[in-house]
Design a protein around this ligand. Structure first.
Ligand code: SPV
Ligand code: MN
Length: 616
């Protein structure tokens, strides 16, 4: 390997045989023209930032520090189909999780990676997943030929060269190798050869012929998959969760985590005005001193920009419209300014977007009209750039979690908020989460899909082991967090209008905050504890100056018995072929169905008003 002296010094300082072996292997395979090892120094970090502009993967906007990047027309979201676990023999993960024979998969992806960096620069990076030098955190090495990928990771993660020095040669770290592959007009040209292969055996991930962050950034969803497996083996949790501080009465702050499928309100819940944010996508949770504690694995947010406007997401909007280091991806650009769907102002009728030069009415090869910006267009910012960044966002010891929230996109069944009956019931309800699909993956949109813990896309262990780990984790925690379900997407079945406003989630969070401190009573219903009308009314008046009516309450919180029964029957079917489910899970499923049937009999009604439920 031909390294400059400067690079050699950086490599030698790490004194890590595995790092050297992996680097040598990657260089031999990908054949880059140049190799740059990047450490944590300001000089190296700005080298990467500038390289992204030099190579044209990013371009500058008028506002200081703002850049934009386009992914290819067909590379705008996570590619579930071509993301596969490399497995040996007949290891089956169940629930239609994609796998490929390990030997065949390695051969295929190495053939695509072979020579993929010819004429390009290989960037060698070291990061920490989680706060530096924390016992929650995992070290990760990334090799990529994309300066956009490396720059994004600098914003989204903590640099970890020093953590690697401190490893003292330990070989226990994740490894990611990415190449954007052949480029045309700056974007990956061979999309048909896009592959993301996860080698569970050696904790390595290979990704090729793509740029969209969910496919390309090793540190994001690829590391997350490896972490879930490690967590389950070691008895902690790696979750698709935000972490947020809810400001309750008298300056009390209570931390919650929340899991939602992509594009279902996770980031906006983490950024509710008046609350604080620790993280918006991935959390590691461990039990410390009887408490469940959580850290944000990331240091930034790769958030959906659609519908970020001054009314609905004021904090993010302000951050996106003031000078700072920030990458916009797949927005519309005109005269040095970025535009996106739902930004609260008129969009120009022409500009440049993910399809190239764009004008209103432009159609794609199939005759479909190309929108000004992609629905899954995103922004990449540092958490510390947000006005509502929590003071503990980088706390090595994590923050104590008092409540966990699970939500999906459900137009006709689940109530806006409910507390589950206990940890075991909570784990069951979270495993039963269903959601209508969104533009965050390349699949068809609007289909109802079962998505346990909003984590199905990333599961790397059999679901039975994953659920068992949840149940056991709760048993080990003396101070168990309350588990809540939420649903922001309930619709009036006749008009099709949403039954809740965008900011109502603040009220649900404040109600949960009071619940976990035992300050409000609740109505026991077949699916969990519901808020009393009066408690919600007070919160709506105080925090949103909204006169919350009894009618709204009844529309939103009535238990739709038939829909719930249909849901749990679908869940029963989904789990029917899964071996080795924990007994507790089966018990909860049967009891859940029984409670709903009993209620239907008792009230002789298929839709039960929460007012009637008072004495349930
Ligand atoms: C998600 O889709 O859940 C995201 C964005 O957070 S990414 O996984 O990077 O595609
Ligand atoms: Mn996510």
């Amino acid at each position: 390997m031909d390294l400059s002296n400067k690079n050699k010094v950086k490599l030698e300082k790490l004194n890590n045989d595995k790092v050297e072996r992996l680097l040598e292997f990657a260089v031999k395979l990908c054949k880059p023209e140049k190799v740059s090892i990047i450490n944590d120094s300001k000089e190296d970090i700005s080298y990467v930032r500038e390289l992204a502009l030099e190579t044209g993967e990013e371009k500058s906007l008028d506002m200081e520090g703002h850049t934009y990047h386009f992914d290819g027309y067909n590379d705008q979201a996570r590619d579930k189909k071509n993301t596969r676990y490399l497995v040996e023999e007949d290891f089956d993960l169940g629930l239609d999780i994609n796998t490929v024979d390990r030997e065949e998969g390695l051969e295929e992806i190495f053939s695509y990676l072979d020579g993929s960096m010819k004429g390009k620069e290989m960037l060698v990076r070291f990061f920490s997943l989680g706060p530096n030098q924390s016992d929650f955190s995992l070290p990760a090495m990334q090799i990529t030929d994309s300066s956009y990928v490396a720059h994004s990771e600098d914003i989204l993660y903590r640099q970890g060269y020093q953590d690697f020095v401190n490893l003292n040669g330990s070989e226990d770290f994740f490894f990611f190798l990415h190449s954007a592959g052949k480029l045309e007009n700056g974007v990956s040209a061979e999309i048909d050869k896009r592959r993301i292969y996860i080698d569970l055996k050696t904790e390595r991930v290979f990704s090729v012929n793509n740029q969209y962050a969910g496919n390309s950034l090793g540190l994001k969803k690829l590391a997350f998959r490896l972490a879930i497996r490690k967590a389950v083996k070691e008895g902690w949790m790696a979750e698709h969760m935000f972490i947020s501080g809810v400001n309750g009465p008298a300056d009390r702050k209570t931390y919650f985590t929340g899991a939602f499928p992509s594009s279902c309100g996770k980031t906006s819940t983490a950024m509710i005005p008046g609350h604080t944010i620790v993280g918006d996508d991935i959390a590691y949770l461990k039990i410390k001193d009887d408490d469940v504690k959580a850290v944000n694995v990331e240091n930034g947010a790769f958030g959906i920009i659609r519908d970020v406007n001054p009314d609905d997401d004021p904090v993010i909007y302000k951050t996106l419209t003031t000078p700072r280091e920030l990458i916009f991806s797949n927005v519309l650009v005109k005269d040095g300014k970025p535009y996106w769907l739902g930004m609260g102002k008129e969009l120009p009728e022409e500009g440049t977007n993910f399809s190239g030069k764009w004008n209103k009415g432009k159609t794609d090869d199939n005759g479909n009209e190309i929108p000004p910006a992609h629905k899954n267009a995103r922004y990449t910012i540092k958490i510390s750039d947000l006005e509502n960044c929590d003071e503990n966002y980088d706390n090595k010891r994590g923050v104590p979690v008092k409540g966990m929230v699970f939500g999906g996109r459900d137009s006709d069944t689940s109530v806006p908020v409910a507390q589950t009956l206990n940890w075991q019931h909570g784990v069951f309800m979270a495993s039963s989460l269903e959601s209508e699909t969104t533009s965050a993956t390349l699949d068809k949109q609007g289909e109802r899909k079962h998505n346990p813990m909003a984590n199905l896309d990333f599961l790397s262990v059999p679901i039975s082991e994953y659920i068992d780990n949840y149940l056991e984790f709760g048993k080990k925690a003396k101070n168990q967090p309350g588990i809540f379900t939420v649903n922001y997407f309930l619709k009036d079945q006749e008009s099709g209008e949403y039954l809740n406003g965008m900011l109502d989630k603040k009220i649900w969070m404040l109600w949960m905050e009071k619940r976990v401190h035992g300050e409000v009573d609740a109505i026991k219903s077949p699916i969990g504890y519901l808020p009393y009308y009066e408690d919600l009314r007070q919160l709506f008046t105080r925090y949103l100056s909204i006169d919350y009516t009894e009618l709204s309450y009844v529309e939103q919180f009535s238990i739709r018995i038939e829909n719930y029964l249909a849901k749990f029957n679908r869940i029963k079917k989904a789990f029917s072929e899964i071996p080795n489910l924990p007994d507790e899970f089966e018990t909860e499923l049967n009891m859940q169905i029984k409670r709903l049937k009993d209620a239907r009999k008792k009230y002789s009604d298929s839709e039960i008003s929460p007012f009637k439920l008072k004495n349930y």
